[in-house]
Design a protein around this ligand. Structure first.
Ligand SMILES: [Zn+2]
Length: 495
């Protein structure tokens, strides 16, 4: 079964057919590093991480390139406000970005090019465009791309030039021949970083960097280009125009990236996330309150092409689901090893243990990811398998060797499946305690105080003072803390 992808360029699903058999070149537009990364970054880079992991798991040699935009208006402005060098400020926030993405379990790309390290390549690409007549230097230090020279300009966004023209303006100080034209090179302004060029000192426009970096690290034509859907126009549209005209066939968008994947927006409580609305969250703010793996599970619960809605309620729910997955894994490990299972907590146990964990789980999850990286479907399949495994663990009586083997196989498959999604790789006990402490923190509960009350209850039970032991149990329950007495001692969780 081949891998199917939804390609923005063709507007439909088609088979991924690598340019070079067995190899995939993938480029993701990276962050503009002038501040801490936010939930929108977490969303798209977790998604591309799963895409890369899955393609690799399918035996493809993926070269994953993601840039850092470290020369840009926003960076220059921020650096000016702080009296810092722009490239140094960007380097600092690139390090912060790495910290966040590492915390989210995203693999580092193979190459992470920066604008400041690719100026000669950028200048060479612009020079090629000028030479071929696709770009012009009006003499004020700027260089512009001549949009009307490229017939497929509106193809990626599915809009024609007149529609695009309606929104185009010539800003003061620009010397464009046509309002649609865009800057490839910007003449130096006082206080801005500058590099020499045939058109005078200056710096690159935003779009040209990706064309120069893909060319250097993936070649003139490569397989997959990814990014947020807000980048379709103008950024990706302009990338295509530059690359196709400078080093492609001058005609067809496919002579640059052969397919484009775009992810949806992040909304907060059904509104678009923005600083002005006051509903803006950095990754770090979220990770102060939630486990990174819970956030990751939550992000993968929505198909990458759809917009997704973030709220505390749904994120808490994702953490609860993660807790259930780890509880089940812990239980399956214990039962598979032949130890006595903990008694079931309230739930009814079907006589036959419910559906058995399915041996075809790995294959079905693979098929779901092959179908345009359908992560929500994978999570659904995992949920079914975990429910079945849980029911099997909870079956009364001693497990047969066959049942124990099924649980061992389940735990193995679950961890293997988790690996290609960046989930379920931690020790269950430790993770469950971390999740519990997070939930306690959000409730304003003091973990140490709960533990102290539990110790008092243990002492009361030892002294056979059951009235006192029950009173402590009820008191904790009223605070939302449930106590579980099991063969391995007493544990607690936040309800
Ligand atoms: Zn880009």
């Amino acid at each position: 079964m081949p891998i199917q992808i939804h390609d923005t360029l063709t507007g439909g699903k088609h088979e991924l057919t690598p340019l070079r058999p067995g190899q995939v070149g993938l480029y993701a537009c990276g962050p503009t590093v002038y501040d801490l990364s936010h939930l929108g970054h977490a969303r798209c880079y977790v998604v591309w991480d799963v895409v890369v992991r899955h393609l690799r798991a399918r035996g493809l040699a993926v070269k994953y390139v993601r840039n850092f935009t470290d020369v840009d208006d926003k960076i220059i402005k921020r650096a000016g406000e702080r009296g810092e060098d722009p490239v140094a400020l960007a380097a600092r926030f690139a390090d912060e970005f790495h910290r966040d993405m590492d915390a989210l379990g995203c693999l580092r790309p193979d190459v992470e090019p920066r604008v400041s390290g690719h100026i000669p390549e950028i200048v060479a690409l612009i020079a090629a465009l000028v030479e071929k007549g696709f770009a012009y230097a009006p003499g004020n230090g700027d260089v512009y791309f001549s949009v009307r020279r490229f017939p497929e300009y509106g193809r990626l966004s599915g809009r024609n030039l007149d529609d695009l023209l309606a929104g185009a303006r010539v800003a003061p100080g620009e010397a464009k021949r046509d309002p649609l034209d865009f800057a490839l090179w910007k003449g130096a302004k006082p206080g801005e970083p500058r590099w020499p060029s045939p058109w005078g000192d200056g710096r690159p426009g935003w779009h040209i960097e990706c064309s120069a970096m893909t060319r250097k690290h993936l070649g003139d034509t490569f397989d997959l280009h990814t990014g947020g859907k807000d980048l379709v126009f103008p950024h990706h549209t302009n990338e295509i125009a530059q690359s196709v005209c400078a080093c492609g066939d001058g005609q067809h968008a496919e002579s640059y990236a052969r397919a484009w994947l775009h992810n949806g927006f992040v909304e907060i409580d059904d509104e678009k996330m923005s600083k002005s609305l006051g509903n803006f969250f950095t990754v770090r703010q979220v990770l102060e309150r939630y486990e990174a793996e819970g956030l990751r599970l939550f992000l993968l619960g929505t198909h990458y092409r759809r917009d997704f809605n973030f709220s505390d309620t749904v994120l808490s729910e994702a953490e609860r689901r993660l807790g259930y997955l780890y509880e089940t894994l812990e239980k399956a490990d214990r039962v598979a090893a032949g130890a006595a299972p903990a008694p079931a907590q309230g739930g009814k146990v079907p006589a036959d243990g419910g559906a058995a964990p399915d041996g075809g789980l790995v294959e079905r999850c693979r098929a779901a990811l092959d179908d345009d990286f359908n992560t929500p479907q994978v999570l659904g399949l995992l949920a079914e398998a975990f429910t079945a495994a849980n029911a099997l663990c909870d079956l009364k009586g001693k497990k047969t060797p066959e049942q124990r083997e099924r649980l061992a196989a389940f735990a193995r498959d679950a961890r293997r499946l988790g690996e290609t999604r960046g989930l379920l790789q931690r020790a269950p006990g430790e993770t469950l305690r971390a999740l519990r402490d997070r939930a306690a923190g959000r409730r304003g509960l003091d973990t140490a105080a709960v533990e102290a009350r539990l110790a008092e209850r243990q002492a009361a039970r030892k002294a056979r003072d059951f009235a006192r032991s029950d009173a402590i149990r009820d008191e904790l329950l009223a605070q939302g803390v449930a106590i579980m007495d099991g063969p391995e001692g007493t544990s607690w969780k936040v309800l």
